[in-house]
Design a protein around this ligand. Structure first.
Ligand code: SAM
Length: 242
């Protein structure tokens, strides 16, 4: 039997994503009807990666975003994907191997204990990772540490809709669609945690406050897909300072 999800324990989180790695991309497409691709493209558009830049994709998983970002920083730039799940990184490396011209490398490790030097990145992306970290505040500090002065970051994740109807719709979808589909793949426990992780995740305004406390001059949370998802836009400097 899989162990119950324990948010505060990174090893448990990594094991969970080790178990989901092989079917992760398929389930993402199936369960979001492909919409996760659109949300990821919105995240990339908000980050605006440019040729020559160094971008770090934290909690990169199977590298959906790292691959998109690597296309955008060519030539001369590079992308580093970081993840704590060895199985997810195996998938990521396999996919990157199919496009060997992309400037992409991977680091296996905990984003809260990264050895990359401070200021190593022009931009940082984190998709569906912040919610899974032991502490969202620590995650935002880790992002800030990686950025050069005037750097920027985008965090994409589930959001708790403020409207009760949307909230109810999200709950029903998770219980009636996501969990039953995951059950068919013997991943029920792994996907049951989703509802709990969303329920305990910081709201958009709370994320903005945490980000300012972490040292970001600009922190704006944009609801996406009727508020079911959210994009947190972060800048170390205000427009006048850059
Ligand atoms: C829901 S997946 C998202 C993957 C990818 N970013 C995407 O959007 O498809 C979350 C990923 O975060 C990773 N993760 C969670 N906590 C982590 C941590 N503390 N350090 C490194 N990776 C972590 C998991 O291993 C998993 O691959």
């Amino acid at each position: 039997m899989p162990q119950p999800f324990a948010k505060a324990d990174p090893a448990t989180v990594f094991r969970l994503f080790d178990r989901t790695a092989r079917t992760y991309d398929l389930l993402n497409d199936l369960l979001s009807l492909g919409l996760h691709r659109l949300w990821k493209r919105q995240a990339v558009a908000l980050l605006q990666p440019r040729p020559g830049e160094r971008i770090v994709d934290l909690c990169c998983g199977t590298a959906d975003l790292a691959l998109l970002l690597a296309e955008r920083v060519r030539p001369r730039g590079g992308v580093i994907g970081v993840d704590g799940s060895a199985a997810a990184l195996e998938q990521a490396r396999q996919r990157a191997g199919e496009r060997p011209w992309l400037p992409l490398e991977f680091i296996h490790g905990d984003v809260l204990a990264l050895t990359l030097p401070p200021g190593a990145a022009d931009g940082v992306m984190m998709a569906y990772g912040l919610r899974n970290l032991a502490s969202a505040a620590a995650g935002l500090r880790a992002i800030r540490r990686l950025l050069r002065p005037h750097g920027r970051a985008v965090v994409l994740d589930f959001n708790r809709p403020s409207h009760p109807l949307w909230s109810q719709a999200q709950r029903s979808y998770l219980r009636r669609v996501v969990v039953p589909v995951a059950r068919m793949l013997e991943l029920e426990a792994e996907y049951t945690y989703l509802e709990r992780s969303i329920a305990t995740f910081a709201t958009g305004p709370q994320q903005e406050t945490l980000a300012r406390q972490a040292g970001f001059a600009v922190a704006r949370h944009h609801p996406v897909a009727g508020g079911l998802m959210g994009l947190l836009e972060l800048h170390l400097a205000t427009a006048g300072q850059s």
